[in-house]
Design a protein. Structure first.
Length: 355
């Protein structure tokens, strides 16, 4: 496979994006806090209309965040990106709430693991670990770094901080909150003020939320993979024909089977609930060079193109059997069924699907 192609494309994108650093961030430059005189219109022309509600006096305004104008800058927002996360409106503390999602056994432990991941990303450590009492104090690390030019040049540390993170869990243990508090701050460039303190606390909190989201996505994929791996196995139906077996009830299989087969290049022709059969047609996918570049090759199943019938029945021990027949209504032999089963299991594992 041509692994160099996506890497080259990625490098090209990074080089292109690096050029963005030549544009300075001057949103709060003093020139943007100046209201000039209205446009001088020559005689004989009308003055452009200006809504008096938005008219400002000609002046130069202070852009100091410690001044009276600090309310014109919005506070940093808590980004509830993770599934089941939420924040309370007008909360004066940098805090987020997490609901216990499926697959999470210990919500507090999962939150602390997310914080540990953030510490590892910053190459720092926990200075005081009292998570059993609900708090953790971090060592020094830098949330904000100043990019000095191109990606091969040094990155200057603007400031560094220490935080205290607190986890509080509800009695029902289905919801927990995480809050961040700035403990210490050092900088030779930017002095600390109330607005910067709020921004740093929320930014530190948002990093943990993003890590929580990342870890839960990985967990959800693993859960789906496990479900997919366990959902099908080889065996025999009540008539002794080679079949695929699942513990899912027959009625549920009929609802899910057609959707699953469509995702592995089958076309569902008819869903016959009266006879518990699904008539399908298989066409092997075309493999293109772009599929190999992006790593999205579709799995080719070890059966010929054509029409098939999947009979859904219940075995004597209560399992659900899927028996496959070809276009001539001949049951597929045990060897073909075994190869087909392994191919479908590979799709289940790679895509995190389930029957």
């Amino acid at each position: 496979m041509q692994y160099w192609v996506p890497k080259a494309l990625t490098l090209g994108v990074l080089i292109g994006l690096t050029g963005c650093s030549v544009f300075p961030n001057d949103a709060h430059d003093s020139k943007n806090y100046r209201v000039n005189e209205a446009i001088s219109v020559p005689s004989g022309l009308e003055q452009p209309y200006q809504d008096p509600e938005y008219k400002m006096a000609v002046a130069v305004y202070d852009n100091n965040p410690d001044g009276e104008n600090k309310l014109y800058r919005p506070p940093q927002q808590v980004l509830t990106l993770a599934q089941g996360s939420w924040a309370e409106n007008k909360d004066k503390v940098a805090r987020v709430y997490f609901d216990k999602n499926d697959g999470i056994e210990d919500l507090s432990a999962f939150i602390w693991q997310s914080l540990d991941g953030v510490m590892a990303n910053h190459n720092t450590r926990v200075a005081r670990d009292a998570r059993q009492q609900g708090t953790v104090e971090t060592d020094w690390y830098s949330l904000i770094k100043k990019d000095e030019g191109w990606f091969w040049e040094d990155i200057v540390e603007v400031s560094r901080q220490r935080f205290e993170f607190t986890v509080e869990q509800k009695e029902h243990q289905r919801t927990a909150s995480l809050s961040a508090k700035l403990l210490d701050y050092q900088s030779d460039i930017t002095p600390l003020n109330d607005m910067l303190k709020q921004q740093l606390e929320v930014r530190a909190l948002n990093e943990v939320i993003a890590e929580f989201d990342y870890r839960y996505r990985l967990l959800a994929v693993e859960l789906r993979k496990q479900q997919g791996l366990l959902s099908l196995e080889g065996g025999f139906d009540s008539d002794g024909n080679a079949a695929m077996l699942t513990l899912v009830e027959k009625s549920a299989v009929m609802d899910r089977l057609s959707n699953f087969l469509e995702r592995v290049n089958f076309t569902v022709i008819r869903l016959d609930r009266d006879n518990d059969q699904v008539k399908i047609r298989y066409e092997a996918p075309d493999q293109s060079v772009w599929d190999s570049i992006w790593g999205e090759e579709a799995t080719v199943l070890p059966i010929a193109d054509g029409d098939y019938v999947v009979k859904v029945s219940t075995t004597d021990d209560g399992q659900t059997a899927l028996t496959w027949l070809d276009g001539e209504e001949q049951v597929l032999d045990a060897q073909t069924m075994e190869l087909l089963l392994q191919s479908l299991l590979e799709v289940l594992r790679s895509r995190g699907l389930q029957i």
